[in-house]
Write a protein that binds this ligand. Structure first.
Ligand SMILES: C[C@H]1O[C@H](OP(=O)(O)OP(=O)(O)OC[C@H]2O[C@@H](n3cnc4c(=O)[nH]c(N)nc43)[C@H](O)[C@@H]2O)[C@@H](O)[C@@H](O)C1=O
Length: 317
């Protein structure tokens, strides 16, 4: 389905999801377009710049795309983890509204056939039960997620409108907490697993883990995530929304124990509940992806952590 197709990937140059989609789609024979490249930025692009076409554009300021792009994967976003969500969630609103609006407009006017919007499972209200696709707009999102989640909700509805108005097919993806190679490993701004992996690989002592050990998340390894999205892409048409999740839950306490073992850490760590915390739990219902796409994750949590640790050690540390 992708062989010989022109695929634009926003966020394909430096973003975590975009880089991983670019890597996979190149291997499936697509002609990949990304924003302009700096060869030395990421190890993947050091070896692959000659295989992609660069487009100079800044979607935060304007909307332009050449004709001839078949598919658009919109992975670019200003995103961050619990620290920003607790201290400055407004930072995730304005720039993303501009980017999402420009990108949709540019893609529709350049006659892109199918557009993938990477939304977020943060769009959901705070329910205890696993969150189904149809739950997204039933109640407001909780606490500090309110603003960033309404930004994603607005963008989803805008995408739906563009489908109705222009006929551009739309696939909305709501990921659970994806992790793996090419993620940000910044100690403050990144998400929980890369931040913890870095602290343990660097053998910081003592290690401070934010919040409490009973916080629950569905963590999906990036290769499973990309496979799930591409399955949804291949098997759906028109306007569709899918959760793509591992379908299993881990506590932050379990994550810490696994990372500690896998990195052979022999120092001390403790939880600090005065550090940034977000919601206690987020369970994602993956039955639609399972039933319609026959998608389930293949990489266990432990295996995914091990792969990510190895990649981090060999690439960035
Ligand atoms: C899907 C959704 O995912 C994101 O939401 P999140 O799951 O709350 O983000 P997170 O991975 O940063 O934190 C998860 C939990 O982990 C705890 N925690 C412990 N120690 C560290 C630590 O060292 N760093 C971080 N970041 N968190 C830590 C932390 O206290 C928190 O309770 C959104 O940013 C949003 O962008 C989004 O779309």
């Amino acid at each position: 389905m992708f062989n010989g197709k022109n695929v634009y990937i926003s966020g394909g140059r430096t973003g975590f999801l975009g880089t991983n989609f670019a890597k996979e789609l190149l291997s499936r024979g697509a002609k990949v377009y990304v924003q302009s490249l700096h060869k030395d930025k990421q190890s993947f692009w050091k070896a692959n710049t000659e295989n992609v076409t660069e487009i100079i554009c800044d979607f935060s300021k304007s909307a332009e795309l050449p004709e001839g792009i078949d598919y658009f994967f919109h992975c670019a976003a200003h995103t961050s983890g619990a620290h920003e969500m607790a201290t400055n969630p407004v930072a995730q609103i304005t720039e993303n509204v501009f980017i999402n609006s420009h990108v949709l407009d540019a893609a529709a006017k350049a006659k892109v056939k199918k557009f993938v919007f990477i939304s977020s499972s943060a769009v959901y209200p705070e329910y205890e039960r696993p969150l189904k696709e149809e739950d997204a707009f039933l109640d407001d999102p909780p606490g500090n997620y309110f603003g960033p989640a309404w930004m994603k909700r607005y963008s989803e509805k805008l995408a739906e409108f563009y489908y109705k108005w222009y006929g551009m097919e739309i696939l909305i993806i709501r990921p659970s907490n994806a992790y793996g190679p090419y993620s940000s490993f910044d100690l403050i701004a990144s998400h929980v697993l890369p931040a913890l992996i870095r602290k343990f690989v660097e053998k910081q002592n003592p290690i401070e883990v934010w919040g409490t050990p009973d916080v629950v998340r569905d963590f999906i390894y990036i290769d499973d995530f990309v496979r799930g999205v591409l399955l949804a892409f291949e098997k759906t048409s028109g306007f569709e929304v899918y959760n793509i999740a591992a379908g299993s839950l881990q506590t932050i306490g379990e994550a810490v124990e696994n990372i500690s073992e896998l990195t052979h850490y022999d120092g001390k760590y403790s939880f600090n509940s005065t550090k940034p915390m977000t919601i206690k739990q987020r369970k994602i219902d993956n039955t639609k992806a399972l039933n319609v796409l026959n998608f389930s994750s293949k990489i266990s949590f432990r295996e995914g952590l091990e792969k990510t640790i190895n990649w981090y050690k060999s690439t960035l540390s």
